[in-house]
Design a protein around this ligand. Structure first.
Ligand code: NAD
Ligand code: AKB
Length: 317
């Protein structure tokens, strides 16, 4: 195990797809005892719960968020608790309450306790009027409630930085692909579910059209980007600090199925689009990550084939 760094870290929404791997990486960096995983629920045997401090924390409960930060001497918050697009569009009120209300609670606690904060954004900030290869600075007019909450999250982060000096940073994650935890109710979940089907029944019924192309990223790259942006000197970060585009790679659903079929004999996929197609159609095909590259050196390591092999190996172990 590594030497403690002196940081005291809180991760909200830690039992989700990203938190499962981010807590592991943060505990390797700061020491197990220095990273408090938290979530509104618990899962028996989950490594975030069994391998270090864990707290039940509802991020919409402003007083509890502040109390935990103060009592535990938290110095950095990774705020992952949120509802993703598919779940969020089914319950817009709860989506706004958790995604915006939770972010306000975390920023208030950070201001009071002098914490640094990471708040993830998403490619869902873009809407149909953004170019299909989305630049860093494009019109942000999303057509999903989830996307609106992400635009609001970026704006709140900038407000707390400029008005209150809270060091808030964020990334517009693409769809994330990983095997250690299930995807959490988003539109890009098909790119995760398809691998589970490939190692199981060898057949997947995909809920978007075969030509649906979205920006995606393997989780190892997403965790590396998160640690990089948080480690970057504050002086290198410009006005995109709460919502950097980060490029991974893009593929259509059909290209993903073909990449899997190259590795898994007999794998097949059919396509029955549902309402999530609408959300996917409103998002870009790819993003321009050149500002992240220039300001803090972002460069992805995985492409479609490296990710496919890593996913299949991970699920077969
Ligand atoms: P997830 O759905 O897998 O996990 C979210 C966690 O938040 C869950 O464990 C859930 O129990 C918890 N949660 C829900 N309501 C809560 C509340 N009121 N208080 C505390 N915890 C609560 O999500 P994820 O994929 O890990 O995403 C984390 C963040 O990254 C979110 O902000 C999401 O918008 C963003 N993001 C994710 C992706 C992706 O592909 N996974 C892409 C872009 C952005
Ligand atoms: C979702 O599909 O909702 C997320 C995201 C791109 O924000 N994966």
């Amino acid at each position: 195990m590594s030497e403690p760094t002196g940081d005291r870290v809180l991760v909200t929404g830690a039992l989700g797809q990203i938190g499962t791997e981010l807590v592991e990486a943060l505990r390797a960096k700061h020491g197990d005892a220095a990273v408090i995983a938290s979530d509104i629920r618990t899962v028996e045997g989950h490594p975030c719960v069994s391998k270090g401090p864990f707290a039940i924390l509802d991020v919409t409960d402003t007083a509890s968020v502040s109390r935990l930060c103060r009592d535990e001497g938290v110095t950095t918050i990774y705020h992952l608790a949120a509802l993703l697009s598919a779940t969020g569009e089914k319950n817009p009120e709860l989506c706004r309450s958790v995604n915006v209300g939770g972010t306000v609670a975390v920023l208030k606690a950070a201001k009071a306790c002098g914490c640094r904060v990471f708040v993830p954004s998403s490619i869902a900030v873009f809407g149909p009027d953004a170019p299909k290869h989305a630049p860093q600075n494009a019109p942000l007019n999303p057509t999903t409630v989830y996307g609106e909450t992400k635009v609001e999250g970026e704006a709140l982060g900038l407000e707390y930085w400029t008005l209150h000096g809270v060091d808030v940073r964020g990334l517009r994650y693409p769809g994330l692909v990983s095997y250690k935890a299930p995807a959490g109710g988003g539109t890009t979940d098909y790119a995760v579910e398809i691998f589970h089907a490939a190692v199981g029944s060898k057949h997947y019924q995909c809920f978007v059209r075969p030509d649906t192309k979205l920006p995606m990223m393997y989780m190892d790259d997403a965790i590396r980007a998160t640690l990089m942006v948080m480690d970057a000197p504050a002086t290198s970060l410009g006005s995109s600090r709460t919502g950097y585009n980060i490029d991974g790679f893009s593929f259509t659903a059909e290209e993903l199925a073909a990449a899997i079929a190259q590795e898994v004999e007999g794998f097949s996929c059919d396509y029955v689009p549902d309402v999530r197609q609408t959300y996917a159609d409103s998002w870009p095909d790819s993003v321009d990550g050149s500002i992240a590259k220039k300001e803090w050196g972002w460069s992805p390591a995985y492409d479609l084939h490296a990710m496919t092999r890593a996913m299949l190996n991970g699920l077969s172990d």
